[in-house]
Design a protein around this ligand. Structure first.
Ligand code: HEM
Length: 359
């Protein structure tokens, strides 16, 4: 608590603070990190997230679209493992910028500032085609009813269920509206944590969204699937044998188009291998490795990895699947829009609806 208060003081010294748009952090930069030693300010914490009364499990059953969730599920089940990983990341990147309002899906409009989609961390997003497919099928079945923001939330759940071999399963409260604002300048350096972030920074960036240290450790477990571009990490902190292999795969100078699995043991399984990889420094990002640098986060890493007994039993791995679902639901409460003044149900997920003709 004292630490959070200190962060708030620090942030307020540095600039304006709001829970929706945390303070303007550092200058915009791409991966890899800027010159060493450049300090970056921390965003202020926001109150812990709590369930949003406007969201309900089974929301679309009452809205004359009872098949909404199964239509999304069908689209996700036909996706590749890479697209499924992309869908889980899409939900995270959507929720952390402007709240869970599908702002990440909006395409560039001539004459307007670049949308989120063109922010550095979003250039490698995958799975957007699956969202479009689901939306098309939904519009054919029940037009104008299901928001793109909810499609993202359902798709994140369905991808998790599938990649975890059905171990992660949770109900998704729905009823979000789609936002109308999307700015690339709100992504890296403002709301999305950088891969070279240390514990203080990533903790503060999660706290700025109302998520705690445990949510952060639990959700980072999504790095047990998917791929990373070679320019997103430095091999310096990685265990030397893996580091050398990565140097060879990525080339020197680094080939920006080359990607590597995030988890070399079980690359397409959403599982607790990530926590074992942290222990052996077989992880790509500083933001992963840093989770062992405080006793509290290290205890969680060891617990989920299956190295800590609770009442003499190894609960950790089984508990993680449950905790992951809970944390995804919690993340889904960030910045929800449910007032028609601030949101809408888009016709197409990549574009805001045309303004009604005033005549
Ligand atoms: C702790 C803060 C986090 C940082 C710094 C971070 C950073 C990154 C980076 C740099 C990549 C590789 C991108 C690329 O080079 O293409 C990545 C991939 C990924 N991240 Fe994160 N991430 C974080 C948290 C999360 C969370 C909370 C989730 C979801 C719950 C998530 C899900 C993923 C997934 C699934 C991929 C693989 C995507 C694909 O294969 O297309 N990450 N992350």
């Amino acid at each position: 608590m004292a630490k959070l208060a200190a962060l708030a003081v620090l942030a307020s010294l540095l600039g304006t603070v709001s829970c929706e748009l945390s303070i303007s952090l550092y200058l915009r930069w791409g991966y890899p990190p800027p010159s060493p030693g450049r300090p970056y300010p921390l965003p202020a914490p926001c109150p812990p997230l709590s369930p949003t009364p406007a969201l309900k499990v089974g929301y679309y059953a009452d809205k004359n679209c009872p098949d909404a969730e199964s239509i999304v599920r069908d689209a996700v089940w036909n996706a590749t493992a890479g697209e499924k990983a992309g869908l889980i990341r899409l939900f995270f990147h959507d929720c952390f910028v402007e709240g869970c309002d599908a702002s990440v899906l909006l395409k560039k409009v001539e004459g307007q500032p670049d949308p989120e989609m063109l922010g550095v961390p979003n250039l490698s997003l995958r799975g957007l085609n699956i969202i479009d497919k689901a939306k098309e099928a939904l519009e054919a079945k029940c037009p104008g009813i299901v928001s793109c923001a909810d499609i993202l939330a359902f798709a994140g759940r369905d991808a998790s269920y599938n990649l975890s071999y059905r171990a992660i399963n949770y109900n998704v409260p729905a009823g979000r509206l789609d936002g109308k604002v999307s700015l690339a300048s709100e992504t890296l350096g403002k709301n999305l944590p950088p891969p070279f972030g240390d514990l203080n920074l990533i903790k503060a960036m999660f706290a700025a969204k109302g998520l705690d240290e445990k949510d952060m450790v639990v959700l980072s477990g999504a790095h047990s699937i998917g791929r990373s571009g070679c320019s997103s990490f430095s091999t310096a902190p990685i265990e030397p044998v893996l580091g050398n292999q990565l140097n060879q795969t990525c080339g020197m100078p680094v080939n920006e188009a080359t990607t590597v699995p995030q988890d070399f043991e079980t690359p397409d399984a959403l599982d607790v291998q990530y926590y074992r990889n942290i222990q052996s420094r077989h992880v790509l990002f500083e933001s992963d490795a840093t989770l062992t640098t405080s006793p509290q986060t290290k205890r969680l890493v060891d617990f989920y990895a299956g190295n800590r007994l609770l009442f003499g039993v190894l609960f950790g791995p089984a508990v993680w699947y449950e905790d992951f679902g809970k944390a995804m639901v919690k993340m889904g409460y960030i910045g929800v829009k449910n007032d028609p003044k601030e949101g809408e149900i888009r016709n197409k997920c990549w574009s805001v609806n045309p303004k009604p003709n005033p005549y």
